[in-house]
Design a protein around this ligand. Sequence first.
Ligand code: ASP
Length: 653
Amino acid sequence: MYFRCGLTLLYKSLYTPIGRTPQPIWGSLSRSLVLSPQRRIPEFNSFVARTNTCGELRSSHLGQEVTLCGWIQYRRQNMFLVLRDFHGLVQVIIPQEESAASVKKILCEAPVESVVQVSGTVISRPPGQENPKMPTGEIEIEVKAAELLNSCKKLPFEIKDFVKKTEALRLRYRYLDLRSSQMQYNLRLRSQMVMKMREYLCNLHGFVDIETPTLFKKTPGGAKEFVVPSREPGKFYSLPQSPQQFKQLLMVGGLDRYFQVARCYRDEGSRPDRQPEFTQIDIEMSFVDQTGIQSLIEGLLQYSWPKDKDPVVVPFPSMTFAEALSTYGTDKPDTRFGMKIVDISDVFRNTKIGFLQDVLNKPQGTIKAICIPEGAYLQRKDIETIRKFATEQFNQEVLPVFLKANRNWNSPVAKSIMEEQRLGLIRLLEIQEEDVVLLTAGEHKETCSLLGKLRLECADLLEARGVVLRDPALFSFLWVVDFPLFLPKEENPGELESAHHPFTAPHPSDIHLLYTEPEKVRSQHYDLVLNGSEIGGGSIRIHNAELQHYVLATLLKEDVKLLSHLLQALDYGAPPHGGIALGLDRLICLITGAASIRDVIAFPKSFQGHDLMSNVPDYIPPEELKPYHIQVSRPADSEAEKSLLNHPPHPET
Ligand code: ASP
């Protein structure tokens, strides 16, 4: 069973150092902090009423008197009971003798998921009755005493992995959902990775774990922040979107190497891989450059990587932002499979196909394509959906070309593709029989973005039809570098906004452009991508107050007063510094293969940002709002909302 095998491996992995183990740098102090390589399995039974965990018992325990505590997983014919704790399952024999009637009564009457304590002897199962699928399958417990610690009422759902339940129900009864083997595995793996990360950063590389405030000030630009009222009329705190300013100020403060498992808050609309509150492994270092941060992160991931997964291979490959966009149509390419975007403009220079001609006559016009291997698995309706998506979302035409056997091309424009063009396409796209080519024309960025989306869409469609494109065991890391420092603002393309954040330093070779063509400046910003998801990002920072002021005030038109403390600090001998933050929830989600980041967070918010268990956000009575000088015009004043208050909506996700 996945749970037990997974946990066993998990515990094993914790005690075997992974990858290279750098020497501690702190002499005698570090020696007491660094754990010995012969670390033992943790002592699960210290301080508590049990002698053993359910999951640990084996033939080597035969004859031992044990006391176990756990939940009743199931009972068979009032003869056997399976007891579960976080470590696994064990079979308990319910005594049938008259003298043990009280023990029998407890074990037979307690409902499933009741908590019991049993004491008895570890005996071997009768020959032929061993269960090889169960790690404890060679033994069972002959019970002598039992105590019902707490009875369980009828559950809203069964605690069994195979029982399907909606996510809303799981979130509403999260404390029950946490009993599932998958949640247990995910949270324990998360805890162990974080432990290894702390060990690597603090014990092996001299980082200092520092907590920074969560009640803070509005930060210009970036994500929307949650606000917290204060008792001073009209004044609010903001919850930080990240400890960015504090970590830089810690460098000014001479802390040199900072890290924190930091809680961050962003009041953004819900997306499948976002949470309003989330956790980052937040890092900052003085006197470092981009390659220094990258090596640190590669070592950190290699060191903390779970032992039951394929080891992480370092260094990670690197790709410029420009290349990522032109080959994969995104700044977070999934490099586990090909289907790269190819510019085929030259093949069609003399085309007679009207709309291609029109595009090529425009100054920025290009023709691009992706080749979908085994695209024959795509159905007509898939192609129609793809074409509709392209027109509706991108206002672009997509032409499919089906390559049937014997090179018979099937496409709305097949007849207009000349032999020479056909050969050119075959060469550039490395087309084979049964492939499908998707071709589109337009401006570079738009065509790349569209084909990037279609590439992923087609991969999903093909995988749904059984074609394996992405190996689920493969972890494909990639650094994306040389981002532009600024992007045109979405709502007003005449103005600039930071591609990362306003503290990011320009690329040293582009600094002169800041004063002439700022939109052309590359930055010292790097993102870490894993299997097509951004799992981290950071930059070398501006440590010169004058330059930071220029970027904020002149280029970004931000209110510098909001950042006067930081600007002032940069003027008092700020060292050159840089850092990064890894999104812990996303990272663990990818490693565990969880369906959503909510599956690696103990108490996540729903898709709409609600806690379905405790029902927050919630109303606060007006008298409690008075000290904050806040008056709310409550929607509850309307009749409809009143009824909503009385009958809260059914939980959602
Ligand atoms: N604070 C940044 C973020 O949250 C990361 C960094 O630049 O270190 O994305």
